[in-house]
Design a protein around this ligand. Structure first.
Ligand SMILES: Nc1nc2c(ncn2[C@@H]2O[C@H](COP(=O)(O)OP(=O)(O)OP(=O)(O)O)[C@@H](O)[C@H]2O)c(=O)[nH]1
Length: 433
């Protein structure tokens, strides 16, 4: 857990404590006050950034605009000021305090202060007791002489699950980043940097064998150079779809597995990954397959995994980490071009949307990045629009009374932690007329 996450966890815990605190320590009048405070803070807020109000897209009719809702600043320890006019507030407070406004206000403030102090002390204590922060050292620079590296070539038939597995290991966003920074002959599928170790995963496309287990003649020259470079990886991971192998085996895949495992390569560790184990109901079947390949001396280990669900992936990652050798890293783990960041911002919102909508984003909805601006304070203003021609689709995206606002809040938090800076994410759902 990185520091931000740790603080967020502490503060989430802190906010969840609030209702209990209200019942335990505060009398009902105070409770009403807090309740109204909450109602006030749900009112429309003024935009705080220096965005251009006259932006052409902003003037368009929008059915739902997340900018109209305040994104809670979870790290703030003092409550946000209500936006209702002070007179309205005082009137409401007077009703609930029977005119004894001053007295109750002082008392409330004292109680609030006391309660804040307690909660903060508790949260800090919990954060301190949580033990060393696993990812915290990732923010620290690792000296070149301390760096360890491992290159892993992944080989398998199309659809074996190479990308899904790499995505699971390194995180989708990181994979997307490294795809773009790739400069090698083989495509970089992903880069995982943990503590002093960096693992680069490479795809090895076009390395298919013909039915007799040899290279296709027509592509021989091109493919041969690819094959020779396969030997340059520290680890070669042969991956196959075990479900397909049990239901509709492909002789070419079988030959590939056999050929790679025929004999040990003194300069390379080879491992065999039986992927998509989640699709196999009778787990005994898996043992049969493992049995089938156990006598191939070329493989140091056989792993049973599901790259999509994550089964067995931790074990595989641990194994790979242990194979890393003293060598400076190849990739800068944190460089991101603006183009990549833009794609990430779209991907994160789409992911969140899928989580909330529980179905595919309806066909025909246009999801666009309409504005990307770095503000003077270093924060990012990102505006994305969903454009649809159907009211029914608008309902799916917006939810009842804008209940899907959570999408924007969660995506905003995630982007903030990926980009390591403040993010103002504005989402709009618009109906084409
Ligand atoms: N059930 C299940 N499906 C998986 C798993 N891994 C991958 N898939 C699915 O298999 C399909 C192919 O996965 P990819 O990761 O794109 O496969 P790939 O090897 O990168 O494919 P190419 O890019 O064609 O070489 C996708 O629909 C994945 O969702 C798994 O562990 N379990």
């Amino acid at each position: 857990m990185n520091t931000t996450k740790k603080v967020l966890t502490a503060v989430t815990h802190l906010t969840s404590l609030y209702p209990r605190q209200l019942h335990t320590f505060h009398h009902h009048r105070h409770y009403h006050h807090r309740l109204f405070y909450r109602l006030f803070s749900a009112q429309t807020q003024q935009r705080q950034d220096d965005s251009d109000e006259s932006h052409p897209n902003n003037s368009a009719i929008s059915d739902f605009d997340s900018a109209q809702f305040s994104i809670p600043d979870t790290l703030r320890t003092t409550p946000q000021q209500p936006t209702w006019h002070v007179h309205h507030r005082q009137r409401v407070e007077r009703i609930f305090s029977n005119g004894d406004l001053r007295h109750s206000k002082v008392k409330e403030e004292e109680e609030e202060e006391e309660s804040r102090r307690r909660i903060l002390a508790k949260a800090l204590l919990e954060a301190a007791l949580e033990g060393p922060d696993e990812d915290a050292d990732q923010d620290q620079e690792v000296k070149e002489e301390d760096q360890k590296s491992l290159s892993v070539g992944i080989i398998g038939a199309p659809n074996a699950g190479k990308s899904a597995l790499t995505n699971f290991m390194v995180g989708t966003k990181v994979a997307a980043v490294s795809r773009k920074t790739n400069t090698t002959t083989h495509e970089v599928l992903g880069v995982m940097t943990k503590r002093d170790t960096q693992i680069c995963f490479f795809d090895t496309p076009g390395l298919m064998l013909n039915r007799s287990g040899y290279l296709h003649k027509d592509m021989k020259a091109r493919v041969e150079s690819a094959w020779s470079s396969v030997n340059l990886y520290d680890v070669l991971m042969v991956i196959f779809d075990v479900h397909r192998h049990l239901t509709k085996p492909d002789s070419r895949v079988l030959r590939l597995i056999k050929r790679m495992g025929e004999e040990p390569n003194p300069k390379q560790i080879r491992i065999l990954c039986m992927n998509k184990v989640d699709l196999i109901e009778k787990k005994k079947e898996l043992l049969k397959v493992a049995e089938q390949f156990k006598d191939l001396p070329g493989y140091g280990r056989i792993f049973m995994i599901s790259g999509l669900k994550g089964t067995g992936v931790e074990d595989l990652t641990k194994y790979l980490m242990e194979q890393a050798v003293q060598r400076p890293w190849d990739e800068d783990p944190i460089t991101m071009s603006e183009e990549v960041m833009k794609n990430i911002s779209l991907e994160v919102v789409r992911e969140r949307l899928l989580d909330h909508v529980h179905q595919e984003i309806p066909y025909g909805i246009d999801h666009r990045l309409v504005d990307w601006k770095e503000l003077r304070d270093g924060s990012l203003r990102i505006e994305q629009h969903f454009i649809t021609s159907k009211m029914s689709q608008r309902k799916i995206l917006v939810g009842k009374n804008g209940s899907k606002i959570g999408i924007g809040i969660e995506a905003n938090e995630e982007l903030r932690s990926i980009f390591k800076r403040e993010v103002h994410l504005i989402l709009q759902v618009r109906v084409k007329t």
